[in-house]
Design a protein around this ligand. Structure first.
Ligand code: GDP
Ligand code: MG
Length: 436
């Protein structure tokens, strides 16, 4: 939260009930945060009024102080306003036809490529990109470069000045070449004008797309609302794409657009590269608009990357019988991060039974770290070298007993057996389950 907002919420602490005075103070800061984030003035006002009505007289639950409750109310309301849940893309029709609309420079061509790449790699679709920006030869080239980068075919007709014809021909070409998604990239103008609207409207009528997407630069702030309205009046589009969210804009346009056209925001663009695309999460956007930053997305992405790399390394080691105490420790730390062992076991299909007699309870983790740290690197990587005298040394070094060392050795043995058993897809699955 922005510092001021945080302060305002702080003043609420200690009160048992949300009162008119402390609500007014807090909402003043909320409204300021929204305006800072470029949310339209009327919308900000309307929003705070709604929250006020919901907040007044609410009893404060024991687990939440009034400040926390206000944050929750504000966040929930904002999330709800932006669509509540994430909305996917309609992949019906054969082929699925997706039409891009929006002003010049909003990011249509870039996003067409990103979406093609996303559908190809994440949904195993055979995609055709269609270049309908007939005014600038460079635009078709740009699309070809994008297509080459992601290995997706680009359909264009140099010299043909009729985008309706090009689109229909492209769909024919797609059917003949077993493509299941056709993405039509269109020409935009710097500002809304009648010619552009007629052109996109004609394409829209001719190809009857499953998805008509409106692409908008999130940096354009207030203007975005008017543009969105103009396009929606003509196309009645299905969803919004918010690009350039990697900039420092707080993304208030998301809220304004959603309120004015009432269409879901489906994806966001977060960079110029082809993988800089994310599904839109209303709750994260709420955090961002309120100034909480989009930390969750970042952390999640880093975590995903980390887990995948680790899982791959681990699988290799298990396959080569190189699973050692260091890996064991690593696994335990992963598990600890994710909650209790027993809960976790319950979530792994088929593993519950195998793990029943392993009996690692959460307290048992405590001494483990110490024991493993008292082992030499050789002992860690090759546990079979740990004989009776070494066990004594390890127990002494870690302030435990030989019995405890023995117990750990047994647990380790069971875990490596289980790892081996679950290997070959299973191990990976388990890691994914662990991620929750
Ligand atoms: P079009 O005219 O609507 O087709 O827009 P383009 O796809 O050509 O994009 C215009 C400019 O914005 C290009 O320089 C893109 O690289 C850039 N761009 C598009 N999407 C993003 C994004 O999500 N983040 C950033 N930083 N730049 C973007
Ligand atoms: Mg373009």
């Amino acid at each position: 939260l922005s510092e001021k907002l945080d302060k305002a919420l702080h003043t609420l602490k200690g009160h048992g009930k949300i009162t008119e005075v402390n609500v007014a103070e807090t909402l003043k800061e909320v409204r300021r945060a929204l305006l800072d984030a470029d949310v339209n003035f009327k919308i900000a006002k309307q929003f705070t009024k709604t929250v006020q009505q919901k907040a007044l007289g609410q009893d404060v639950l024991t687990t939440l102080n009034p400040g926390q409750l206000m944050v929750k109310l504000v966040k929930d309301e904002l999330t709800e306003l932006m669509g509540g849940d994430t909305v996917g893309i309609n992949l019906g029709g054969s082929p699925t036809v997706i039409l891009m609309s929006g002003l010049q420079g909003s990011g249509k061509t870039t996003f067409s490529g990103k979406l093609a790449n996303f559908l190809k790699t994440k949904k195993s679709k055979n995609v055709l990109l269609v270049g309908c920006d007939i005014y600038r030869p460079a635009a078709i080239n740009q699309l070809r470069v994008v297509g080459e980068q992601i290995g997706v075919e680009v359909y264009a007709e140099e010299g043909n000045q009729n985008p309706v014809e090009i689109s229909l021909n492209a769909i024919k070409h797609a059917k003949a070449n077993s493509k299941n998604v056709v993405i039509i990239d269109t020409a935009g103008r710097l500002a809304v004008d009648e010619e552009m609207m007629n052109e996109i409207s004609n394409i829209h009528k001719a190809v009857t797309p499953q998805e008509t997407l409106f692409v908008v630069d999130s940096m354009t702030g207030q203007d975005a609302v008017n543009t969105a309205k103009a396009f929606n009046d003509v196309l009645n589009f299905d969803g919004v794409i918010l690009t350039k969210l990697d900039g420092d804009t707080r993304g208030g346009a998301a809220l304004s657009i959603k309120t004015v056209v009432d269409k879901p925001i489906k994806f966001i663009g977060t960079g110029e590269k082809m993988d800089a695309i994310d599904v839109f999460h209303p709750d994260r956007m709420a955090d961002r608009i309120l100034g909480m930053g989009d930390v969750i997305s970042l952390v999640e992405r880093a975590q995903e990357q980390y887990d995948e790399d680790e899982a791959r390394k681990l699988q290799k080691k298990i396959a080569k019988n190189q699973f050692g105490f260091d890996d064991f420790l690593n696994q335990i730390q992963q598990i600890k991060k994710m909650g209790s062992m027993k809960d976790l076991v319950g979530m792994i299909p088929g593993a519950g039974k195998a793990m029943k007699d392993v009996d690692i309870d959460d307290d048992a983790f405590k001494g483990i770290e110490a024991i493993i740290q008292s082992m030499t690197p050789v002992e860690r990587s090759t546990p079979t070298t740990i004989n009776a005298s070494r066990k004594k040394r390890i127990a002494k070094g870690s302030g435990t007993s030989v019995q405890e060392v023995n117990q750990l050795m047994k647990q380790f043995d069971q875990m490596s057996k289980m790892m081996k058993m679950m290997q070959g897809g299973g191990g990976r699955k388990m890691m994914q389950m662990m991620k929750g």
